[in-house]
Every structure is written in structure tokens, then in C-alpha cells.
Design a protein around this ligand. Structure first.
Ligand code: IPE
Ligand code: IPE
Ligand code: MG
Length: 255
């Protein structure tokens, strides 16, 4: 499917440079359903996370061909610390393994990888892997891959507000930038164009609340370990068939 012919309508906060990554749409994915996928197969929840990690690689590789310039993946929420410590420990090990294994592939595929979220509660070994992966991939231009770990949108808003306290006038841009800063995203702020949630639930679970102000929402029952590049393509295809209005009236009706 060709995407170059699609005109991508950007909302208020948009990128200012013209790299390939920034010309593509911003897709965010809540990768949900790992536990249920495993339970349905009589296996421990952790087996679902291991299967899910393999899917991440495939989706990242497929993203540029789907016209995606920025991909933000929800891997671990600030509320996920409440899970059994065994599950949390396995997830942290999986993130580290993913970063170590995928860094070279990202460099080869021209992908810039960044982890967004808090960093003060991340285990030291993982933190070092994050820093190494970000440093090695920082020149990637084809795709901005952002993985949200220990992420909470409401936390981000709260920390941004603290950062801006005392400023005389505060614009939306200032808030958007402050939110990037507190979550260690060094690029420009970008709204989400398309938000996908796998696993059947239809909620945001504290993900990118600010950036999703005008996002198109796409929910699928497919559990994350079963999500395929073809499913991603289908979601993006549907996105392009939707009419985004941003509060205005459709062109045809404007008179
Ligand atoms: C998403 O799958 C992965 C993480 C939240 C880390 P879940 O583990 O939430 O899977 P379900 O929702 O229990 O099936
Ligand atoms: C959201 O999924 C977080 C991730 C996918 C990483 P959850 O499974 O934690 O969300 P809830 O608890 O169903 O809302
Ligand atoms: Mg879940």
C-alpha cells in the first residue's frame, strides 16, 4: 500500500524539521492482552510478555512502510509496579534484553530509539542499557521509536506544571515542551494521530492524555502477541479513511 499520496493532516503541535520520520504519522500503541493470551493457552502470564516482546520487533520493522514516522509504544505504566514482583522483574529483564538485542538493528534500520517516562525508579542495569541504546541510535532518521516505561500521563502533566511554576505566561507549546522534557523526549512535541489499543479493552489507562487530544482511536480484540504487521496496516488504512475535523466543519459543508 502506498502512503506517499496520503496527505497527513497535522494538528496544532507539529514538528518543525523535515526529516523522513517527521513526515510520517504518529501512531501510539497500548500493547495490551499479553496476560490473557498466555492464560488462554494454559501458560503463565510471563509467557505472554515473552511472546509480546517478539511482536514489538516485527511492528517496529513494519512501521516505516505503513507511513509511520513516530511510534510510541506503551510497555509499562507507572501503575504496573503494582503487579506481582516476579512479573515486574521479568518485564524489566525483557526490556533490557530487547534494548541490547535491538540496538544494532535500529542503527541498521535508521531508527532512533528513546525511552519515555520516569527514570528514577528504573533498575540500574536497565537504565544503563537505555542510555546505551539511545546514544547508539541517536542519528536515526527513518523512525522515531519511543517506548514508554514507568510512564503516566498525569504524572507528566503534574511534573510539567511544577517545571513551569513561576513563569509569567504559559502557552500550550510551553506545556507540550515541558512534558517532553520531564519524560526525557528530546525531540519536538507531537500530537498522536492514531492510537491503537490491542487486547479488547477500550480505555486509555493514563497514556498520552495530552498528546491524544485529537487522536483517532482504534480498538481491536486481537491480543498483543497475535498483533501482526497486517493488523497495523489495517489500522493505518482505516485511519486514512476517517475524516479529522479538529472542531471545524467539513470542507464540503463550510459553504
Ligand atoms: C500488557 O499486557 C503488558 C503490560 C501491561 C506490561 P497485560 O499484562 O496487561 O495483559 P492482560 O491485560 O492481563 O491480558
Ligand atoms: C496499560 O495496560 C499499560 C500497558 C499496556 C503497558 P494495563 O493492562 O496495565 O491497563 P489496565 O489496568 O487494564 O487499565
Ligand atoms: Mg492489561
Amino acid at each position: 500500500m502506498s502512503h506517499s499520496s496520503h496527505s497527513v493532516k497535522r494538528s496544532h503541535v507539529h514538528a518543525t524539521h523535515g526529516t523522513a520520520a517527521e513526515k510520517g504519522i504518529h501512531v501510539a500503541i497500548i500493547m495490551d492482552g499479553n496476560g490473557r493470551w498466555a492464560t488462554a493457552r494454559g501458560r503463565p502470564r510471563t509467557a505472554g510478555h515473552i511472546a509480546g516482546a517478539r511482536v514489538v520487533r516485527k511492528i517496529v520493522e513494519a512501521a516505516p512502510d505503513c507511513g509511520i514516522g513516530m511510534l510510541t509504544l506503551y510497555a509499562f505504566s507507572a501503575d504496573n509496579w503494582a503487579r506481582p514482583s516476579r512479573e515486574v522483574a521479568l518485564l524489566m529483564r525483557l526490556f533490557r534484553r530487547y534494548l541490547v538485542a535491538e540496538t544494532d538493528r535500529c542503527v541498521t534500520n535508521d531508527v532512533r530509539m528513546r525511552i519515555i517516562g520516569r527514570r528514577d525508579r528504573i533498575p540500574g542495569e536497565l537504565l544503563r542499557a537505555i542510555q546505551a541504546a539511545e546514544e547508539a541510535t541517536k542519528y536515526g532518521k527513518k523512525l522515531d521509536l519511543r517506548i514508554a516505561v514507568d510512564y503516566s500521563a498525569r504524572d507528566a502533566v503534574t511534573r510539567a506544571v511544577k517545571k513551569l511554576r513561576g513563569h509569567e505566561s504559559v502557552t500550550r507549546e510551553d506545556v507540550a515542551r515541558a512534558m517532553c522534557d520531564v519524560d526525557h523526549w528530546t525531540g519536538d512535541p507531537r500530537d498522536v494521530d492514531l492510537l491503537i489499543r490491542t487486547g479488547g479493552e477500550q480505555r486509555l489507562s493514563d497514556f498520552l492524555l495530552w498528546e491524544c487530544a485529537y487522536a483517532e482511536l482504534y480498538f481491536t480484540d486481537r491480543r498483543w502477541p497475535d498483533f501482526s504487521p497486517a493488523d497495523l496496516e489495517q489500522a493505518v488504512h482505516q485511519f486514512h479513511s476517517r475524516e479529522r475535523r479538529f472542531g471545524a466543519v467539513p470542507e464540503a459543508a463550510a459553504g
